[in-house]
Design a protein around this ligand. Sequence first.
Ligand code: SAM
Ligand code: SF4
Ligand code: F3S
Length: 467
Amino acid sequence: MEIYEISETEFYIDKCRDYWTDFAERKGRSFRFCVVTFGCQMNERDSEKLCGILSKMGGVATTEERQADLILYNTCTVRENADKRVFGRLGVLKSIKEENPDLLICLCGCMMQEETVIEKLRKSYSFVDLIFGTHNLYEFAPLLWTRLDSGCQIIQIWKEAREIVEDLPVKRKYAFKSGVNIMYGCDNFCSYCIVPYVRGRERSRNPKDIIREIEALAADGVKEVMLLGQNVNSYGKGLTPAVDFSELISEVEKVDGIERIRFMSSHPKDLSDKLISVMASSKKICRHVHLALQSGSSRLLERMNRHYSKEDFLSLVDRMRTAMPDLAVTTDIIVGFPGETREDVDHTIDVIEKARFDGAFTFVYSKRTGTPAASMPDQVSEDFVKVEFDRVLQTVQRVASDQAKRFTGQVVPVLVEGVNEKDSSMVTGRMSQNHSVHFPGSPDLIGQIVNVHLDQCLGFYYIGSRA
Ligand code: SAM
Ligand code: SF4
Ligand code: F3S
């Protein structure tokens, strides 16, 4: 296997910086980049790395596409509407580029791993300057240099992942919290899901590299880390010496300065009792688990290739809630999977009520070409989905708002994240359970963990006051 050296990225960052220095001299200002992220926390974290690379080249971030000299879309393809959004916005970018021909348009991320997307881009989107995928994200600097040097459209996609590259520059969105990849890819092949095809096989990072990164984050003022993977509970597969997720998280707990630990996502089939007891006795692991149910029907779960039944799921939630009565449990639910009947949805509703979810993302099933579910013969009608989706959503909202009320009147630690968007005399933060809390406070509280009395619950968030 060819080994990628981080010094190669540094070499090309320097070359690009020279180019952008000339640009800055001509324009009398630094170049501005706009990175737009679609999709999940993995993509958010990848974007922080891409922003880190662009910043090292001398760029300044902007959120205004019309002000930018380089626009980079980090795309998602988990559902069809994610693809549609990107193609829709590319139409707008084309008109921006007509006004500003020097604008560089770059695309990367999960959608770029799909051959049909690349074919379409090659054929009809010649104004896109650079296209790369999930497996060669760390090649961004050399690829951008090739584009700047040659003036030609560059498309570079790898079908498979190669090695894990450590130590890319990072520009974090928040000073006080950070995502940390602990693994990449997914081996689960849930029958509806495209992620294993676009993110490749599961690869765990070496625990030493993870802890080194978290120690550096703590030294840089980070208080909360979110350990990221498609299925963090299977962390460690293939590593020597053997290590599992509960052992890794126990090591993270030892890092001074880190006060909160979160993780995402957990697959119910792999969440161990060992992890539950580590969580229950931890002072730092947040009282929140995101545990995707997908469906409450055991028949459908089997067709989804999820490897647990309705009863397994309920028993797991029960064990977790018994060990941690103040735990918040959130989930993902899909409505409209092939072959789904009203009885299947009844089971999903039953699980929502019994598991008492504190929140749920409810998705309409989206057919993803190449996945086993896409060729199942019994795709369901839009009318069925409309009715059943509403039934699920209403249950989720009723249960979640009932659940949220249980904390009203308590004093809880809140990590302050920013000034309230609607009222600048208030700040907004998060409880360990991940609920938002708004309370009177000044911007100097941002990044601090403070005790807040939860005065009032307004559906899914709280209004509080300093305790
Ligand atoms: N690995 C995570 C897990 O299993 O919990 C999920 C990651 S996936 C990016 C996020 C959610 O998207 C899934 O939990 C699922 O509910 C939803 N999803 C994935 N494929 C989908 C599809 N084809 N149609 C609708 N929703 C889908
Ligand atoms: Fe997709 Fe399933 Fe992997 Fe999650 S665990 S990313 S739903 S295949
Ligand atoms: Fe989307 Fe890729 Fe995440 S498909 S949900 S950005 S792993």
